[in-house]
Design a protein around this ligand. Structure first.
Ligand code: DGJ
Length: 724
């Protein structure tokens, strides 16, 4: 619900449990009165009025003690007279940069789409548009804030409109900016590198500027476009959290800035580094959307809100709640070294063991037998495939498997026919040799002709072949940031224009082929963000397939992204990335935390190993719905450096998984207490047929076995019943 109190000029956006309240000050400035647990439509203007005044700050509008720098502002500009980090900064027609934005009017409507950018949608969402205007500078800035009542989520995007007749330049335009009147928080972000993405990084806030960003042209392996403030006591089940996640796949900045009086400003948006945007007369610029989620009951409540929200309001409807197939990918099985016989034998073996979708990875096109060639030449290599792609797919379909194909549309190899024909289509600066990463250049997706070429190529491929799944890879970052198609003063628009181009291609392809399941990938989790989720229901979580490495990666990703969106495979041992040997049981249990599949050479397995896999798949099929779409919780463990535990539950099924990383001598494991089950219900254990109450499971917990080796995994399956 959106409520406007006319007398006090206060806006209340209220969902079932959360609230965001803003107010127009007598000066016309827009303040954030409150964000957090629902408190109702009470007059909250006292929050601002009662702030005690500090010294050495400018008065606003020459009114004594009206110090804008101390007020929690909804969309702050710099230097008039707030001196904190601004949300917006522009170069105006006369070259000056000081704006004077005051309330103009507001409107309540249905939630609107954002032109050119993905956004969250739901039929129950309502949107409040507040327009701020700078009369002298002929500028309008609108905040489009939406409430999703059943999801306890608010979203915001910004429109900047040049009402004048001369171009202006946008240097900074964050999507979200929230001021908190305290600094007693921890900062939580998700960071890492290629092969170890999404690790949770938690540290105390300190005075000054702190945060994370990406300058890589993609949201990146290094940081996720997510930031949260946590009460210092927050754990899985307790404490207050405020968070922001950006629906964007390019360069971003997420920051917390603690001022001189222990107030915290939290912001997220397009990274102002290497960004500017020329806004011509009468033009409008749209920022990406920020998703804001708060929680009062710790990390699990935060995750539950994000998971439900992304499943119901962002991920393509056709797949959001659709059972995902168990796939077999040939990458770690064969790499580039395959032929028709191997592919068909792998598919046949996969089918025998219970797999449902065969994915042909890199190496099926052009002359690509290693990573030095052919990207851009998306014609099947008929010699290597022993016939046309159509024929290969038909045989795989006859075997009883659906067919999926890998492609890396944004990249081009220097020795491809495409590059020979269009050397000007790549991102580069003139007069400098462009850098290569893995022998590839990046196509300049800011150019319409490149976008059109990609749309046509993908359309042909998907029209001519019975492809039910695409793995869309993109595995290099953007160096040499320059485009021959952009004017001198627009070069800093390239990174954002690239993402707009990418979204146009994805939008067109997913609209033309809504039944093709898209899995995005950027060398693993290098672009695992809500922007990509809007088109691809699942994302390859990491190129590191080791079960133990995956524990931390998946724990981080699952903090905000639904488990059905995280692709996770069982691979060979010794693991190809870290050389570790783990049991099939451990690998299976960890991979089943997300979208389950296999990625190793089934043709090299013993009969016993095959039988074990067959059994693993048969068992998985009985719990698949719960694992993919059930409510997900991380469980508290005794030693969180050595143990991981999680629970999924749906309808009456509860699945609990626990992994010890190392086995230690003469230790007695502590009990594993569950959370999220019904205290007054009973749970029937599939292992020993015993009945136990939810209250016991939560307060006394399960008895953990003593690990007899490293990487020791245990699973419990329960059925909920109402009576003993
Ligand atoms: C990077 C991906 O993350 C891998 O899974 C695989 O598809 C390779 N690219 C293929 O080159």
């Amino acid at each position: 619900m959106i409520h406007f109190q006319k007398k006090t000029q206060q806006f209340d956006l209220i969902s079932e449990n959360s609230q965001l309240s803003l107010g127009v000050l007598p000066s016309g400035h827009l303040a954030t009165y409150y964000y957090g647990e629902k408190v109702g439509t009470v007059d909250l203007s006292y929050v601002v009025k009662e702030i005690k005044r500090a010294s050495y700050m400018a008065d606003t509008d020459c009114i004594k003690d009206f110090k804008l720098e101390q007020i929690p502002l909804a969309y702050p500009a710099y230097g008039n007279p707030d001196m904190r980090t601004p949300a917006v900064q522009l170069i105006l027609a006369d070259g000056t940069r000081i704006t004077n934005l005051r309330y103009l009017d507001h409107r309540i409507s249905e939630k609107q789409l954002i032109p050119g950018l993905p956004s969250c949608q739901h039929e129950t969402a309502e949107m409040l548009t507040i327009r701020l205007v700078d009369q002298e500078n002929k500028l309008r800035v609108s905040l489009l804030i939406s409430v999703f009542p059943q999801h306890d989520v608010f979203t915001q995007n910004i429109q900047i409109e040049n009402l004048g007749s001369t171009p202006i330049t946008i240097d900074r335009c964050m999507s979200g900016s929230l001021d908190f009147l305290s600094d007693k928080y921890d900062l939580l972000t998700l960071g890492g590198a290629w092969g170890r993405e999404a690790h949770q990084n938690r540290r105390r806030l300190v005075q000054g500027f702190q945060g994370v960003d990406s300058k890589r042209g993609a949201s990146g392996h290094g940081q996720n476009p997510f930031i949260a403030l946590l009460d210092q006591e927050v754990d899985e089940n307790h404490g207050t959290i405020y968070s922001m996640n950006l629906v964007y796949s390019g360069n971003f900045l997420a920051l917390a800035d603690v001022d001189m009086h222990q107030n915290t400003r939290l912001q997220i948006g397009i990274n102002p580094f290497e960004f500017s945007w020329k806004l011509d007369a009468k033009e409008i610029f749209h920022t990406p959307e920020v998703v804001m989620v708060e929680a009062q009951q710790g990390l699990n409540q935060l995750s539950a809100r994000y998971h439900k929200f992304y499943t119901e309001c962002l991920i393509p409807k056709n797949f959001a709640k659709k059972t995902r197939p168990i796939l077999m990918n040939n990458w770690e099985a064969t790499y580039f070294d395959f032929d028709k016989e191997t592919i068909l034998a792998l598919a046949a073996e996969g089918k025998k063991l219970g797999m449902e979708l065969f994915v042909l990875d890199d190496g099926w096109f052009g002359q690509r037998n290693d990573d030095t060639s052919s990207l851009g030449d998306w014609q099947p290599n008929v010699e290597k495939l022993g016939g046309t792609l159509e024929q290969l797919i038909a045989t795989i379909n006859q075997i009883g498997m659906a067919f999926g194909l890998w492609i890396k549309p944004e990249m081009v190899s220097p020795n491809s026919r495409l590059y020979q024909k269009h050397p000007d289509w790549i991102i580069r600066v003139t007069n400098q040799e462009p850098q290569q990463v893995r022998h590839q250049y990046v196509l300049d997706l800011s150019r319409k002709e490149v976008q059109d070429y990609l749309i046509a190529t993908l359309t042909n491929l998907l029209t001519e072949n019975n492809i039910s799944y695409i793995k869309w890879d993109m595995n290099r970052n953007i160096t040499d940031s320059g485009s021959s198609s952009l004017e001198r003063e627009q070069q800093k628009e390239l990174a954002h224009r690239y993402i707009l181009g990418l979204y146009r291609v994805l939008d067109e392809i997913t609209k033309r082929f809504p039944d093709v399941l898209l899995e995005s990938c950027a060398g693993g989790g290098g672009r695992f963000d809500p922007g990509m989720l809007a088109y691809s229901p699942q994302i390859w979580t990491s190129d590191d397939t080791d079960a133990i490495e995956r524990l931390e990666i998946q724990k981080g990703a699952a903090l905000i992204y639904p488990q059905a969106s995280m692709s996770c495979h069982v691979s060979a041992v010794p693991n190809h990335q870290v050389g570790r040997i783990t049991t099939l049981k451990t690998r299976g249990m960890v991979a089943q935390q997300g979208n389950f599949g296999y990625e190793f050479n089934l043709l090299e397995l013993s009969e016993k190993e095959k039988a074990d896999i067959q059994q693993q798949i048969t068992e998985y099929k009985t719990i698949r719905e719960t694992m993919q779409f059930g409510e997900f919780r991380q469980l508290q463990v005794y030693d969180n450096r050595n143990e991981y535990a999680w629970l999924q539950q749906k309808n009456d099924q509860v699945i609990v998984s626990h992994v010890f990383v190392q086995a230690h001598g003469n230790t007695v494991p502590k009990r594993l207490k569950l959370s999220g089950v019904q205290p007054d219900r009973y749970y029937l254990s599939a292992d020993d047929g015993k009945m136990i109450s939810g209250r016991e499971l939560m307060n006394i917990g399960l008895s953990l076995p003593v690990p007899t080796h490293d990487y020791f995994a245990t699973r419990w399956c329960f059925t909920q019943v109402s009576d003993r």
